[in-house]
Design a protein around this ligand. Structure first.
Ligand SMILES: Cc1cc2nc3c(=O)[nH]c(=O)nc-3n(C[C@H](O)[C@H](O)[C@H](O)COP(=O)(O)OP(=O)(O)OC[C@H]3O[C@@H](n4cnc5c(N)ncnc54)[C@H](O)[C@@H]3O)c2cc1C
Length: 371
């Protein structure tokens, strides 16, 4: 224990004896001052404490017995870091010698990126008021840190392109080339116009549209997928405009507006400002249709034994159909025409997905006109 409480004890008792008990790093100057002020300081260690019906005795290791009216023992503080041990957080001695604390900077950042600490774990000497105030301060710092990370993520490429290019690989096509069955059911009766195919992949849907007289813009984050789309469109003698875009880009689809915006099993990460969802909705012209088809999502909520298998897809991290529907349902700019779960039409190839969720909505007016 540090010697800092001993001057207080000296105020409270007529006779004070301090046993250093082999404490490491004892301040020699503090010991000298105590001795000169009349405190007995013993440079030995305690063997045991004896209580004879209230008569207290401290027996030192060398057998010396010290009678006492009261005995105080110094304790040392240690952050309980067992559960966090793999992180390798840096610990240091508390400056007052009362034990160890987590090393933090003034904003509560520990030595490990993304881990903050507040209160007694980073200052074992703090009382309730300081600890609580520190918690409040560090909480604000964590909020700033998270907002800063979101800002950085919004400003830099998402890495999704790399991921999808890797999935497409540089070999054979990974999809059948056939249009999605639910899309065909929904779109085959529509008069051809301008269609934006978001997440067009290798172009099964886009080429199907082009062959039926639609003016097609196909967007995908993977340049590899769109190269295959372009080659197939050329082979079939149809025209498809391709744009390599991340749905979460700042302005992924420019200022063009479309009679049909189609998102088939497409998914893009949710961001705090919902940029991807806003861009998708803005691309639909007044009188145009938004058609979203996705996998029936029950399987994503099934419990997975994470010891045996990694959960492949976290639906909470992506913008899904239910979220799109919830956004539009109360918006007078939109009229929802369809939102249902149904069997996937025969012929569509898929391993374990047999049902689709189909969502169709029409933009009835401009956002500005409605507001
Ligand atoms: C004996 C004693 C007397 C005190 N008297 C006073 C006083 O009179 N006035 C005053 O203002 N202050 C006093 N204090 C100080 C006060 O208790 C602290 O300042 C305050 O409690 C610090 O709050 P905290 O939230 O930082 O830590 P704590 O209150 O210690 O809270 C930390 C919590 O984390 C839990 N925890 C630890 N490890 C894990 C883990 N691995 N997983 C999950 N949970 C974990 C602990 O069980 C604990 O509940 C006293 C302290 C002590 C020890």
């Amino acid at each position: 224990m540090g010697l800092h409480p001993t001057p207080l004890m000296r105020h409270l008792c007529e006779e004070l004896t301090v046993v250093l008990h082999n404490a490491p790093g004892v301040d020699a100057e503090a010991v000298r001052a105590l001795r000169e002020s009349g405190v007995t300081v013993i440079d030995g260690s305690v063997g045991r404490v004896i209580d004879h019906d209230g008569a207290l005795l401290v027996e030192l290791a060398d057998g010396t017995a010290l009678p006492a009216d009261a005995i105080l023992t110094g304790s040392r503080v240690h952050p309980r870091l067992e559960a966090l041990e793999p992180l390798g957080l840096e610990v240091a001695a508390h400056p007052a010698g009362i034990g160890e604390v987590l090393v933090v900077d003034p904003t509560g950042r520990t030595s490990v990126d993304g881990v903050f600490a507040a209160g007694n774990v980073s200052d074992g000497g703090a009382q309730v008021l300081q600890a609580a105030a520190n918690g409040s301060l560090i909480g604000a710092q964590i909020a700033f840190s998270l907002a800063g990370e979101d800002l950085q993520a919004g400003a830099r490429p998402s890495g999704v392109q790399v991921e999808w290019d890797a999935r497409y690989g540089d070999g054979e096509p990974i999809w059948s080339g056939a249009p999605n069955g639910s899309l065909v059911v929904e779109a085959e009766g529509m008069p051809p116009g301008r269609v934006l195919d978001v997440g067009a992949g290798e172009g099964g849907d886009a080429i199907w549209f082009a062959e039926r007289g639609w003016t097609v813009t196909a967007v995908d984050v993977s340049a590899r997928a769109l190269a295959r789309l372009g080659a197939e469109a050329e082979r079939r003698g149809v025209e498809v405009r391709s744009l390599v875009r991340d749905a979460n880009d700042l302005v992924p689809y420019g200022t063009d507006r479309y009679d049909l915006v189609s998102l088939q099993y497409g998914s893009f990460p949710r961001t705090p400002e919902q940029r991807g969802l806003r861009s998708l909705l803005e691309a639909v012209a007044v009188g145009g249709t938004l058609l979203v088809v996705g996998h029936e999502p029950t399987w994503t909520r099934e419990t997975v034994d994470v010891a045996a298998q990694t959960r492949m897809y976290d639906p909470e991290a992506f913008v899904g159909i239910d979220e799109i529907a919830a956004t539009l349902v109360a918006d007078p700019v939109w009229r929802i025409e369809l939102h249902e779960t149904r069997d996937r039409p025969a012929g569509a190839s898929s391993g374990h997905h047999v049902q689709d969720v189909v969502f169709r909505a029409v933009r009835v007016s401009d956002t500005d006109a409605a507001s």
